[in-house]
Design a protein around this ligand. Structure first.
Ligand code: AMP
Length: 230
């Protein structure tokens, strides 16, 4: 089973990915995590370039993204399922993924679109804490760690991501509507898209996802006007 999670920043894709990865035994590919790893080496010009884009809330070049995906797909030794979280984020990436999948004999089974309110995006981003080691994310009020500032999974100290601030979040949201939102129609036309209400609590979102992956729901949620002009 190959799955794509689409949605604005902090819509809960990462949190749900960790749940789905365990439950459905799929390999979770978080493009944000892959890029943050690449950006760790300040001596590497490519890493530095990626870091500057991420820190400013801008999208990384399609070419760099597709190189990473290419390498990832080539590294799979079996036809294990994949869950893409934060990829594709542009129409070009989606078209290239379709080509790559054809080459690898894979199909995209489900595209789940997390619908959220822009105002909530900004609130969630300001309360988000992330584990720098395993990528788990938390929210100070909505999903706090069991022990303050400590990752439940691996025990590392939690951090505030450099791009988790209002300024960068507004750039990310603008980019999301301009470059990523067109993917909703792209996958709708392919008959693969189901939207879910990502404003619900984590457990309820997870149940909706189970219904979609279990083939029980073809349609769950239609977005009303929730866009904030920023
Ligand atoms: P995320 O962890 O999904 O919030 O991603 C963090 C940042 O990584 C984004 O704001 C972008 O700068 C970059 N990024 C992640 N995925 C992509 C992608 N598919 N295309 C371009 N840039 C990306």
């Amino acid at each position: 089973m190959n799955i794509i999670f689409l949605g604005a920043p902090s819509c809960g894709k990462g949190t749900q990915s960790k749940i789905v990865e365990k439950k459905y035994k799929v390999t979770h590919i978080s493009m944000g995590e892959l890029l943050r790893e690449k950006a760790e080496d300040p001596q590497d010009p490519l890493g530095l370039h990626i870091k500057q884009l991420i820190d400013n809330g801008r999208l990384v070049d399609d070419e760099i993204i597709m190189d990473l995906i290419h390498d990832k797909l080539n590294s799979f030794t079996s036809d294990e399922g994949i869950l893409f979280d934060g990829f594709p984020r542009t129409l070009e990436q989606a078209r290239l993924l379709d080509q790559l999948f054809r080459k690898h004999g894979r199909v995209i089974d489900h595209v789940i679109n997390f619908e959220i309110d822009d105002r909530v995006v900004l609130e969630r981003i300001q309360g988000r804490r992330t584990c720098p080691d395993c990528g788990m994310s938390y929210h100070l009020e909505l999903n706090p760690p069991k022990v303050e500032n400590t990752c439940d999974v691996c025990g590392s100290n939690l951090i505030i991501r450099k791009d988790d601030n209002v300024e960068s979040a507004k750039v990310r949201l603008t980019n999301y509507y301009a470059l990523t939102y067109p993917l909703v129609d792209y996958y709708k036309e392919q008959g693969k898209l189901v939207s879910i209400d990502a404003l619900q609590e984590i457990g309820k979102v997870s149940k909706d996802i189970d219904q979609i992956l279990g083939g029980k729901k073809q349609w769950l949620f239609v977005k009303t006007k929730r866009k904030l002009s920023c």
